[in-house]
Design a protein around this ligand. Structure first.
Ligand code: XIL
Length: 357
């Protein structure tokens, strides 16, 4: 497909005339209730698979790079930044009337190999500030929000403040969070500065401890006037864990986060089908039920402004390698299947978005 035909097909799929009513794309369901719906996208498929790109543009009004704004890609050498992939995604988003969000500036994973040998206690603060200024500055005024800090809490690491043992904590102490948010606020005052984390979804002692530790962190930051403005709930769910999901627990937690004056985004939603029976129909039903129950509970919280799935189609999902099925059959974890057909999960998300007041 040439570029023009591709853009036209994407525009058609996105237009209300092409698909209307209940069959309209998720971005329309979301927008009708003042919400954004988006998906994480990898660079390769967006460059090479026009059908995929057309569906992404059709369904989403928010886009987040799955990997290309992480340190490994965007900061490949100490004195070099690479914005080619990120810019490709940013242009795609702008061309299709989608907002974009940034992921992520401070994280203990996907750090480049040079990091450990180059960043020291002496230069860590300057390196962190430079990274945030350069990367956020490059997209200044164009981002809906940024995951400024990702996954900073891990109660099992045994610290009273719940902070995870990470290179940033080793280098700078707990102050790394304040440094990051202060630098972010200057680098792009228009982007919502977020804190993003996982493992907060279930009614289990482990998730409860993590919820408490995350709330503790957010309270401390707010009390110190650290400019954190949004909370990202990753929401990597598992259909096999359904019995430990309690809507009330989720609502209470999101209510407490909202009470701190933070906007909330569901940032990385997907539903693993690990451990479910092989037959696709019953798997799809179970996965869809999880999407619907979770989102219906989450969207009851008025502070929630956006829902993003971590991928759009089962053709491209990190769970394909992470949760390989014993029978070798493809995972069925996202709204669209391998051929981009809508699955029960798609309808479950549409329904949950529709119930938002
Ligand atoms: C994952 C990507 O999906 C993979 O492609 C990559 O290999 C590892 O990272 N939490 C996050 C995301 O914040 O950045 C992670 O993304 C998934 C878990």
């Amino acid at each position: 497909m040439n570029r023009r035909a591709f853009l036209e097909s994407a525009a058609c799929l996105a237009s209300a005339a092409c698909l209307s009513g209940a069959e309209g794309p998720l971005r329309t369901h979301a927008a009708a209730h003042g919400l954004l719906y988006g998906a994480a996208t990898a660079y390769g498929p967006l460059q090479n698979d026009p059908d995929y790109s057309a569906h992404l543009a059709a369904e989403c009004n928010l886009l987040v790079p799955e990997n290309v704004l992480k340190w490994t890609t965007v900061h490949p050498a100490p004195e070099r930044f690479d914005f080619v992939p990120g810019d490709f995604l940013a242009h795609f988003a702008a061309a299709h009337d989608m907002r974009m969000r940034g992921h992520t500036l401070v994280w203990h994973e996907q750090l480049p190999r040079w990091f450990a040998s180059t960043v020291t206690k002496q230069n860590a603060r300057a390196r962190l500030e430079e990274h945030i200024r350069t990367v956020m500055g490059h997209y200044r005024g164009r981002m809906h929000s940024w995951d400024v800090v990702n996954e900073a809490i891990r109660p099992q690491d045994g610290r009273a403040d719940g902070l995870r043992q990470t290179p940033w904590l080793d280098l700078l102490g707990p102050e790394y969070l304040e440094i990051a948010y202060a630098t972010a606020a200057e680098a792009d005052p228009q982007a919502l500065a977020g804190y993003n984390d996982y493992g907060l979804d279930y009614h289990t002692p482990e998730d409860e401890a993590k919820r408490n530790a995350v709330l503790g962190l957010l309270r401390r930051l707010k009390k110190q006037n650290v400019p954190v403005q949004a909370f990202g709930m990753q929401a990597h769910l598992s259909a096999g864990r359904q019995p430990t999901f309690q809507p009330e627990t989720l609502r209470r937690f999101l209510g407490e986060v909202a009470g701190l004056g933070l906007k909330i985004l569901i940032t990385e939603l997907d539903v693993s089908d690990a451990g479910l029976p092989d037959d696709a129909e019953s798997r799809d039903r179970a996965v869809a039920a999880v999407y619907e129950n979770y989102l219906t509970a989450a969207l009851a919280e008025p502070a929630v402004v956006a829902v993003l799935t971590w991928g759009l189609t089962d053709k491209y999902t990190w769970l394909a390698s992470r949760n390989r099925r014993p029978d070798g059959s493809p995972v069925r974890v996202l709204p669209l299947d391998h051929e981009f057909h809508r699955k029960p999960a798609w309808y479950a998300i549409a329904k949950a978005l529709d119930t938002r007041r």
